[in-house]
Design a protein around this ligand. Structure first.
Ligand code: ADE
Length: 234
């Protein structure tokens, strides 16, 4: 029996999903409201974790430890790192990595934590099913690629270029790799779903507030479509 843990950093990324759930029960842990019920007929727990890596990891661990989730999904908005990824396009994670980790002085590759893999690999079946769901929503505007994560809102061309050189990622955001890392440690399959809200360059300060809600709505639709597809297995 599947049970999806679904994490979004902000209210705008989770509220549509929580409103669409039936049979809801809410439990507050570590200041986060875990909303458990059925999404598209599938058992799910949808939660707003707050922005950044630590909030995301704490939340993901609670889902793994307290809710017996079978799969973990991170949904939300991201800055594009790839000219082919335009505002409101959809991105399904192939893998995720931190761009703000540096242990090179003690012999590790850039972006790699001691004892951890170079990237956290998303689940192949979830990638395929999420890609098909995304294509049904935005045909020709869906990509599979790498997610780069760090505790910065990226709004300068120089930082964007540095992140691309370090990670070759398709998008940048602030939670995905921390959720992927937690999923890896718990042996839980995961995928990160993102809709592009800005280009993570000097235009981001203007674009983000303009497109945040629209992009978040696209990603919520994608998450619902994935839940609907997974529900058909049960
Ligand atoms: N989420 C959406 N846009 C972002 C950006 N430019 N940097 C970090 N996280 C983001």
């Amino acid at each position: 029996m599947k049970k999806l843990g679904i994490i979004g950093a902000m209210k705008v990324e989770v509220e549509t999903l929580q409103n669409a759930m039936t049979g809801k029960r809410i439990q507050s842990i570590a200041g986060m409201d875990f909303c458990e019920g059925l999404l598209e007929g599938l058992p799910a727990v949808v939660v707003e974790c707050g922005v950044g890596k630590v909030n995301a990891a704490v939340c993901a661990q609670i889902l793994c430890s307290c809710y017996q989730i079978s799969h973990l999904v991170n949904t939300g908005v991201a800055g594009s790192l790839n000219a082919k990824l335009d505002i409101c396009d959809l991105l399904v994670s192939k893998d995720a990595m931190y761009y703000d980790v540096d242990c090179q002085y003690v012999g590790y590759a850039p972006c790699v934590l001691p004892g951890m893999p170079e990237t956290f690999e998303a689940d192949d079946s979830l990638i395929g099913r999420a890609f098909a769901a995304a294509e049904s929503i935005k045909p020709g505007h869906t990509h599979i690629g790498r997610v780069a994560t760090g505790d910065c809102f990226v709004a300068k061309k120089e930082l964007k270029e540095k992140i691309v050189a370090l990670t070759q990622a398709s998008c940048v955001e602030m939670e995905g790799a921390a959720i992927a890392h937690t999923a890896y440690k718990n042996g839980v399959p995961f995928v990160i779903l993102r809709a592009i809200s800005d280009k993570a360059d000097d235009s981001a300060e203007m674009d983000y507030p303009t497109f945040e809600a629209n992009a978040a709505a696209f990603c919520a639709r994608l998450t619902e479509a994935l839940a609907r597809d997974l529900a058909q297995d049960e």
